[in-house]
Design a protein. Structure first.
Length: 255
């Protein structure tokens, strides 16, 4: 089998889509032809780059583009128009498709999984910091000031009521999560660890309207965008309890 034939069949060879005889012919050629073997290796690098990019959170189209271009630059220049074979064009189309999907997601302003994790991590970190005794002593506790801040950052005139869950005595600070200012409300319970609420007017692309809850270290972090307000809840409770509490707070925001 000649090089030109093998170049046309490499994609099928990689995907195990050839019959046994053709597969053996290609394999025997690759064992003796370093040029064709280099092309196969390059395709395998491209495949791995695509798989790694698909697994990354969020999809980093710039990283993917650099990876693919670097792999392409390592290929030997072809002296024939046959270099642009169907397998190569299919790979280029796959790269363009991935980049396009990533761009469309970003343009829609939806929250990517990776972005969600970074927001959750930032909220959990701020929760741990402000729930420490030395930090809570500087928080706002005056009811009038709490009402003013709550009205400024949400559609409520007072902090959400968590007495049904045994939490009260809210204290407030204004903090930054992913470069966005949130009103951070900390609620206390004599028998449980404090619970944090982060609220702010909706910021496009930060939190989706779909309810979500996930573990972040020792905490459960729930999020939802409701009634034009972004809400994050950080608690040391179980996932079900955190979910129930978050949904109850979101219901208050809709009033």
């Amino acid at each position: 089998m000649k090089c030109n034939e093998v170049k046309q069949l490499i994609q099928l060879y990689m995907d195990n889509e050839m019959d046994a005889r053709s597969t053996l012919d290609v394999q025997l050629h690759l064992e003796t032809c370093s040029a064709c073997r280099h092309i196969l290796d390059t395709y395998m690098i491209q495949d791995e780059a695509l798989k790694q990019a698909a697994r990354q959170e969020p999809l980093d189209s710039r990283f993917l583009r650099r990876k693919i271009l670097a792999a392409i630059r390592r290929q030997p220049y072809a002296t024939s128009a046959r270099f642009y074979s169907a397998p190569v064009l299919r790979r280029i189309a796959a790269v363009v498709l991935l980049a396009t999907v990533g761009a469309l997601v970003l343009l829609r302003g939806e929250l990517l999984p990776g972005a969600s994790e970074s927001v959750y991590a930032a909220a959990a970190s701020d929760h741990a910091k402000h729930c420490a005794i030395d930090s809570s002593m500087g928080a706002i506790t005056n009811s009038e000031e709490l009402g003013r801040l709550t009205a400024a950052y949400s559609n409520l005139d007072a902090p959400p009521d968590l007495s049904a869950f045994g939490y009260g005595d809210p204290r407030a600070t204004v903090c930054t999560v992913k470069e966005e200012k949130f009103l951070h409300l900390v609620y206390y319970n004599q028998e449980q660890q404090p619970v944090s609420l982060f609220v702010r007017p909706h910021s496009e692309g930060l939190i989706t309207s779909r309810f979500n809850v996930a573990s972040e270290g020792d905490y459960q972090v729930a999020s939802v965008s409701s009634a034009g307000i972004d809400l994050l809840v950080v608690a040391s409770l179980g996932q079900e309890q955190t979910s129930t509490m978050t949904k109850a707070i979101a219901a208050q925001l809709k009033v």
